[in-house]
Design a protein around this ligand. Sequence first.
Ligand code: PHE
Ligand code: FE
Length: 290
Amino acid sequence: MSADGSTNSPPPGARADWTIDQGWDAYSEAEHQVWITLYERQAALLPGRACDPFLKGLEALDLHRTGIPDFVRINTELNRLTGWSVVAVPGLVPDDVFFDHLANRRFPAGQFIRKPDQLDYLQEPDIFHDVFGHVPMLTDPVFADYMQAYGRGGQRAMQLGRLHNLARLYWYTVEFGLLQTPQGVRIYGAGIVSSRAESIFALDDPSPNRLGFELERVMRTPYRIDDFQQVYFVIPSLQALLDATLQDFAPIYDRLSRASDIAIERIETNDLVITEGTQAYALSRAAAAQ
Ligand code: PHE
Ligand code: FE
């Protein structure tokens, strides 16, 4: 993800496009061990939970062997499969920089890895979230096209002043998306697959709503960045997601400028309800915070 709209310049040592060298040789044994621990936890949990394109991508990129993956090695295979590459950045990058990378089939990934006491949660996306979470889906040709189109869409949304609407689409698809399959609902969102607890919560917990994906509806729904989601949107296929976003968003943005937001826990009469959540988890967290 990207930071909010600022047009600051790259930090010292970074290039004009905010990229840096990954510096793979400089990772310590302890840092590789954090990757391996996280990898093994998720690899054991995700079969039957993550969608097939994700699991296939994970295999194809062979992400686990030596601990933290070397981007040079990942990029050989990723480039061959879909023309994407991963580039290292120091952390969050400005929106315009982020969109420019995506529009050119480059995925900016954090170079650093979380500390051993942050296995379950950290605020900023690290290399485990960015590479384990995001990169496997980029081996899928349809998803690869979606991400590039999103980059172009981001540039346009900035010009049209509707980035807050488009960011919700990213959040509820790329980060927290679920996919309907003949075998059941599966995960494709990077924010879910890179989190042990949310990989279980998103599919199994009775608390959140799970609703059929509808583009404008999603763009009217705020999201929470600090806890499990209260609503997940389920796409019928990756192709359906791509198809829905190929249309011109200008008329949609125009309607959105006159439409109100939909409260995060709300179910609308037109929603396709896959699970009506109890919201018990969100309510208990809100009560505990009193
Ligand atoms: N079609 C969108 C537009 O006209 C661009 C876009 C594509 C946005 C894919 C998101 C995802 O702005
Ligand atoms: Fe992310």
